[in-house]
Design a protein around this ligand. Structure first.
Ligand SMILES: Cc1cc2nc3c(=O)[nH]c(=O)nc-3n(C[C@H](O)[C@H](O)[C@H](O)COP(=O)(O)OP(=O)(O)OC[C@H]3O[C@@H](n4cnc5c(N)ncnc54)[C@H](O)[C@@H]3O)c2cc1C
Length: 372
C-alpha cells in the first residue's frame, strides 16, 4: 500500500526544509505567484536561521547575532529589498557617523598610521596575488592561502629590526584573522590557494541595516501564510527516489510527524549536510553530491556584542583594531592553544554599532572552534 494514503501523513505539493532566508525566499516567491500549497519545516523555534536580530533586554536596542552587513549593492537582492522598502533611509546620515580606525597593541599603545598603511598596502597586494592564481589560471605554488601568506609575509619581514618586525607581524596577523572571518574558515590553511579567487564580491559599498537584518526577512515573511511555517519540526530523514510512495517524497521529522510532497527544497546549511547527510537521505545522495559536500569547507563564525554603560573610545572612532602579540604569548604561556584562557585573542577588532544612536555598543566576529 502506498504510504501517502496513511492518515498520519500530511500531504502537500512542496516542502521546504529550513526557514532561513533561503527557505523563506523560496516560500515568498511561490506565495507571491499565487501558489500556497507548501509547508516550511524548521528545526528551531524561530525563523531566520543565521539571520537573527536580537533585542537586548529592556534596552530597546537591536543587536545582530548573525548577518550584519549587506556586502555590495549591484545584483544584490538583499540590498534591493532593503533599499526599496526604505530600510536604508538612514544611510545619508551615515556620513555623520564615526569613521576613524585605530590600531592598538595589547598594552593599549596606538600604532602610527604610516606603518598601518604600509602593511595594509602590502597585505592588499598579497590578497590580490592569491586571487590571481584562480582568475588568471596560474600555477599555485602552495596548497593553501595560509601557507602562501606565511612564506610571503616572512619574506617581507626578514630584514627588519626586531621591534619593527614585531609590530608589522602583529598587523599582518590582525589582517589574517579578519580574512578567516571573511572566508568563513577556522584557519587559512584550510582555504585552497588555487580556488581562492573564485569568490566574487559584489560591487558597491557595504551597508548595515539600522532596523536590523530581521526587517528584510519580515518583508519576505509578510507574503508567506503563517500556518505554512512549522517550527520545531526538525527533519530526520528524507525518503526520495523510490516508487513506494507513488513517486512522492516522504519526510520524517524528529517529533514523529510525517509529510509527503511532490517536491522538496532543502536549504539546510552545508555544515548540517556535512554532519548529517548520510542519515538524512534515503537512499543516500548520489556520489558526486556527497563528494562536493565533503570537499567544501565550512568553518564557524560567531558574533560578539559588547554593551557598555558609556562609550569606551572617543566619539570619532569607528573601529578598534586589536594587535595581539601571539608569538610572545606562545613563548610565555604553558598551554597557548587552551581556548578557555586564550579565546579572546581571536578577536581582531571591535566596531561601533549604529554609533550615533547607541555610542556604547560594539560588535566583533570571531572564528574557529570557540563554540566547541
Ligand atoms: C555570525 C555570522 C555573521 C554573518 N554575517 C553576514 C553578513 O554580514 N552579511 C551576509 O550577507 N551574510 C552574513 N552571514 C552569512 C548569512 O547569515 C548566511 O549566508 C545566510 O543567513 C544563510 O541563510 P540560509 O537560509 O541559506 O541558511 P540558514 O540561515 O542556515 O538557514 C537554514 C535553516 O535550516 C534549519 N535546519 C537545519 N537543519 C534542519 C533540519 N534537519 N530540519 C529542519 N530545519 C533545519 C536551520 O535551523 C535554519 O533555520 C553571517 C553568518 C554568521 C553565522
Amino acid at each position: 500500500m502506498a504510504t501517502d494514503v496513511h492518515e498520519s501523513i500530511n500531504k502537500t505539493k512542496v516542502l521546504i526544509i529550513g526557514a532561513g532566508i533561503s527557505g523563506i525566499s523560496a516560500a515568498e516567491f511561490m506565495a507571491k505567484n499565487g501558489f500556497t500549497d507548501f509547508k516550511i519545516l524548521e528545526a528551531s523555534n524561530r525563523t531566520g536561521g543565521r539571520i537573527w536580530t536580537y533585542e537586548l533586554d529592556g534596552k530597546g536596542i537591536n543587536v545582530e547575532m548573525g548577518a550584519n552587513w549587506i556586502h555590495g549593492i549591484e545584483r544584490n537582492p538583499i540590498f534591493q529589498i532593503a533599499d526599496s522598502n526604505g530600510l536604508l533611509q538612514l544611510r545619508y546620515k551615515d556620513k555623520g557617523l564615526r569613521h576613524k580606525n585605530v590600531f592598538l597593541t595589547e598594552t593599549g599603545q596606538e600604532v602610527n598610521q604610516k606603518t598601518v598603511k604600509d602593511v595594509d598596502f602590502s597585505y592588499g597586494l598579497l590578497i590580490q596575488q592569491c586571487e590571481e592564481f584562480y582568475q588568471m589560471e596560474l600555477y599555485a605554488p602552495y596548497d593553501s592561502v595560509g601557507e602562501y601568506m606565511h612564506y610571503e609575509i616572512e619574506e617581507k619581514l626578514e630584514n627588519l629590526s626586531d621591534d619593527e618586525r614585531k609590530l608589522r607581524e602583529m598587523i599582518f596577523d590582525q589582517h589574517l584573522k579578519q580574512e578567516t572571518v571573511v572566508s568563513g574558515c577556522n584557519d587559512l590553511n584550510d582555504v585552497s590557494l588555487g580556488e581562492f579567487g573564485c569568490y566574487e564580491e559584489l560591487p558597491g559599498v557595504h551597508y548595515t541595516i539600522p532596523p536590523g537584518f530581521q526587517s528584510v526577512l519580515d518583508i519576505l515573511l509578510n507574503q508567506v501564510p503563517e500556518n505554512n511555517i512549522l517550527l520545531e519540526h526538525s527533519v530526520k530523514c528524507i525518503h526520495w527516489g523510490n516508487n513506494e510512495n507513488d513517486g512522492r517524497v516522504l519526510v520524517e521529522c524528529e517529533n514523529g510527524k510525517k509529510f509527503s510532497a511532490e517536491h522538496v527544497i532543502v536549504t539546510c546549511s552545508l555544515g548540517v549536510l556535512k554532519a548529517s547527510c548520510d542519515r538524512m537521505f534515503e537512499p543516500p545522495l548520489p556520489k558526486e553530491k556527497k563528494e562536493s559536500i565533503e570537499k567544501l569547507g565550512f568553518g564557524i563564525v560567531d558574533r560578539l556584542n559588547l554593551y557598555f554603560d558609556e562609550p569606551i573610545v572617543d566619539a570619532d572612532i569607528f573601529r578598534v583594531e586589536l594587535l595581539w602579540d601571539d608569538h610572545q604569548y606562545k613563548d610565555n604561556v604553558r598551554n597557548p592553544t587552551d581556548l578557555a584562557t586564550s579565546w579572546f585573542r581571536k578577536i581582531y577588532s571591535f566596531e561601533a554599532v549604529h554609533s550615533n544612536d547607541f555610542p556604547s555598543l560594539y560588535c566583533s566576529s570571531v572564528v574557529g572552534s570557540l563554540t566547541n
